[in-house]
Design a protein around this ligand. Sequence first.
Ligand SMILES: C[S@@+](CC[C@H](N)C(=O)[O-])C[C@H]1O[C@@H](n2cnc3c(N)ncnc32)[C@H](O)[C@@H]1O
Length: 578
Amino acid sequence: MAPQLPPGVRIQRHSPSHRALHATRPFSPGDVIATFSDPLLALPDGATMRTTCNYCLRVPSPLQPPSQQPGDGKQEGDPSKQLRACTACKAAVYCGPGCQRAHWKAVHKAECKMFARVREQAGKEWLPTSVRAAAQVLMRLKGGDKAMLEAFGTGGDGEDGEGHGLKGNAERFRAYEEAWRDIELQAAAAAVYSGMLDKEEVLAQAREILCKIQTNAFNRSDADAGMGGIFLDPGLAMVNHSCVPNAFIGFDKRTATLRAERPIEEGQEITISYVDYTLPRAARHEALRQYHFQCACPRCADDLDVYDVCKASPILARLGSFSLQPDLDRLRNPSIDRSKAPKAEIEALYKKWRTLSKPSDAESDEDAQLALARSRWALCRPLVEARMWAVEPLPSTILAVATSWQTSYKRVVYALPLLCFLATECDPVKHPAPFAPWRVKGLVAIAKVVAVTAELTASGALARRCAHEGIVGALATADQVTLCEALLRLAVQHGAVAAAEGWEVLREARSMLEDVESLQGRERESGLLRAWAKDPEDPEGAAFFEDQVLKPVRTLASFAVEGLEAMLTGEDLGEELV
Ligand SMILES: C[S@@+](CC[C@H](N)C(=O)[O-])C[C@H]1O[C@@H](n2cnc3c(N)ncnc32)[C@H](O)[C@@H]1O
């Protein structure tokens, strides 16, 4: 039987062994195409299975009071106390009895004994995610689980033009030595710990299962959203890859939401990107190796960079205005000089950039981070010369510095120009859709630093914490509370589309916005911002936004490159900035 699908999508067979997801009606950017709430596999990351509800995958935090559904957990406050362990295996934890019961019925009944074996034989309380996933499949297949049999049973790989099972690309995995070694090890562990190694064919079956999991499961990992793990739904698994996708997936607990990133016509194929589509072509292809196909999307065929794709994006005109970079002409005609950074050079420098090792935990002090940032910045020189700020690995280099300064007592104010620069010069080019999660995260990051600088300004301590006259001057003339409120309004509006209601970044933005709204004497500013958020074309609101938000953000962004140069190339200046 073909996988059960929600309305909005259907499966179309392009060739005997290649199926695809197609739209059954038109969708506009940001629209929900379909939701998938009954996954076949939904697991937290191995090492986090003691801090994540093993059923609903919620990671409790003080900001996340437990919901009444489906876990009906009641404890609040200390996150670790919000989860209770299965009394039998003590390995799996839950946010409430509802989740525990649901997980027991779905899979834990079979895997509970497995964790006793893991403790006995390996002295561990958890298993790597893929090993646990494969063991779950083995045990559910043995138990005659119908949905598992359809997806993972033998002979259904779609290769015969009729099967509806998941594609596994097993022969290709076998030829990919590095990946195959891992699969063999994981298969052996899954067979041993599931207690099924008694039959020789179980090993082969476990390998097939792992190939299918690697090919079809989605990685839910997102540190900012406080989540990790994998998600596999046989219907959603029919969506193919493109480096210029028209859709994207957001995860919230056990639900995956497929949304349109670009306009989609009725009958059109729906595609997502399996990898970070803003990487240079060679890096994308390397990341796609585990899927065993040659991407032939327009970005790959013509080796388009992020500026090319942004320029041609059909959503710029529709969506560009309600953002920190509403200047569409600038996005379409950036002042870059490609001759200074030829494509081959970018690919080579990206490869080298990736080999620069991150400081280990032991040496992750500011000096080690600074040394790494210096080497990365030096490698990115051709991109800086070409002013190609949005081409990786330059934005990641800037972001890493911004992130470390953001959490540094001494440098937090200096993070502001970098974050404003990323939000105006990099993110909108990489992700033309203003609801792209990266862009929303960027807005919240700026708002957080502005909340700090507003306090420093109010207490008169700003000039002591920042030696840069330009930054201090820009902040002195800005209404920082209004700036913060505007950023949060943008984040809340776009964040609701970016991921899901339970997205941690959105919750944080909402909570900060409530705090700002409760401040007295700001009725006029709040009123104007509210009007502008409702209608970005409203002339009074738009003028206010330009003056109170875009102007200070642009001014702050204008100090970013100069500040980075001083810090990362000038021996003395760098120290002075501390
Ligand atoms: C998650 S499945 C997608 C559904 C798959 N087409 C099927 O029929 O089962 C991933 C696999 O689909 C194929 N695939 C996905 N995107 C592709 C693309 N753009 N071009 C060619 N094959 C693709 C690859 O074999 C990949 O390993």
